[in-house]
Ligand binder design. Structure first.
Ligand SMILES: C[S@@+](CC[C@H](N)C(=O)[O-])C[C@H]1O[C@@H](n2cnc3c(N)ncnc32)[C@H](O)[C@@H]1O
Length: 396
């Protein structure tokens, strides 16, 4: 019997890119609820990028899904929380069998490697392994890479990574049954790195017709983006000076984006995405001041007392309200790290995809309890307007 946290051990093995081959979770514990008989996780390379493939077997059918980055990690945590009695890890460094009893006793056996498979890790040039690679001329035009186009500028590496990760996620949420071009609105586009990148990636690199609109309330930024657009001579992309909350697009976008739109501008983007019935809303929040001075709950005072803890807590509370509001509005919602914290400390993405029934009571109740606990009324509620307010009022 070993006094260890089996989840941490298994997760560590799965995340070891150089050695991990396969994880099989089996032997569901009797008397505990588990939708699956077996879950298998193995690395696969999709579009030159390492993903983890999860195969969920419920006794009748096997459903396979691929995830990467923060989302893959979240899915690992999810499956390791399921009540399985056995985990087998196949690794080039040696196999591992973990047996967990109904009472939670853990037995770990290490064995020599048995699989002849080779661990799947991407082997090629990492600088080229991006939706928009370093040597793409657009990155030179945007000033993200050096004039010779060979290296990412030191101060621009963060944006380079953020944009590319955004593009990977856009790839995953592209609506399948579209008849015309994919339409995208980039809210709070600033210097329009993401706006140009999304347009270029879809139209020129993927061959997927796409129309993109960048909006920002700063006329100088919009004017600079317009002149860059003039240099590129591209059509199907436009820039407008507008406040997100009141912007009316010619075509309601399939995908609403916001990358670090300041403070409640993220709420404006989320609310507009819902109003436009976008199939996907991808919002990476930035500075969040709205609830900073408002949150108060007596049991949380020891946290709120310290400036930095209050700040982080306010960020979490704000994003939780946003995620809940999206879920109530009928969006399958996840909050994930879309880039590492080295790229930016603002590395969360609220990712929402339409398709659920709005007004789910469970989430309405959670929303109302959460509001009551913190004693606040979040901006997202005001911005989502009367339809949403009625939904959460009725459920109270
Ligand atoms: C931090 S910048 C991010 C720009 C860009 N998305 C990026 O990641 O490089 C935030 C941008 O949002 C714009 N902005 C802030 N509030 C806005 C609002 N309510 N409506 C439109 N734009 C807004 C600002 O003018 C600024 O250009």
């Amino acid at each position: 019997m070993v006094d260890i946290d089996p989840k941490q051990v298994i997760k560590g093995e799965v995340l070891s890119e150089e050695t991990f081959i396969k994880l099989v979770l089996s032997n569901p514990l009797r008397g505990k609820e588990n939708p699956y008989v077996r879950v298998t996780v193995r690395p696969v390379i999709v579009r030159d990028r390492r993903h983890l493939q999860f195969s969920y077997f419920d006794g009748e059918q096997d459903i396979a899904k691929n995830y990467h980055g923060g989302e893959a990690e979240a899915r690992i945590d999810e499956v390791l929380d399921l009540p399985f009695g056995q985990a087998n890890i196949f690794s080039a460094a040696g196999d591992l069998e973990v047996l967990i009893s109904r009472k939670g006793n853990v037995h770990v056996v290490r064995k020599p490697p048995t699989s002849r498979e080779v661990p799947r890790a991407p082997t090629h040039d990492r600088e080229k392994d991006h939706p928009i690679p370093v040597d793409d001329p657009l990155l030179r035009t945007l000033g993200i890479v050096t004039k010779k186009g060979k290296k990412v500028r030191a101060g621009r590496r963060g944006k380079f990574v953020q944009i590319n990760e955004f593009l990977r996620i856009i790839d995953q949420v592209l609506p399948e049954d579209r008849s015309g071009p994919v339409s995208i609105v980039d809210c709070g586009c600033g210097q329009a790195y993401l706006t140009f990148a999304a347009y270029h990636y879809l139209n020129h690199l993927q061959g997927i017709p796409a129309e993109v609109v960048g909006i920002d309330n700063d006329p100088d930024r919009i004017s600079k983006s317009k002149s860059m657009l003039g240099e590129l001579g591209w059509t199907g992309i436009e820039f407008r000076t507008a406040r997100i909350a009141v912007f009316e697009p010619d075509t309601p976008p399939d995908i609403t984006l916001s990358l670090h739109a300041c403070d409640t501008a993220t709420d404006e983007a989320i609310a507009q995405g819902c109003r436009w019935h976008s199939a996907a809303i991808l919002a990476a929040p930035c500075c969040q001041h709205e609830l900073h001075d408002l949150i108060d709950a007596p049991p949380m005072r020891p946290v709120i007392r310290y400036g930095i803890l209050r700040e982080r807590l306010a960020d979490i509370v704000t994003d939780t309200f946003r995620a809940l509001a999206l879920r109530i509005s009928g969006y399958r919602t996840n909050v994930e790290e879309f880039v590492s914290a080295e790229s930016t400390s603002k590395n969360l993405m609220i990712r929402a995809e339409s398709g659920l029934e709005p007004g789910d009571r469970q989430f309405v109740e959670e929303y109302n309890r959460f509001k009551e606990f913190w004693g606040v009324s979040p901006a997202i509620e005001q911005l989502l307007g009367p339809g949403f307010q009625e939904m959460v009022r009725d459920g109270h």
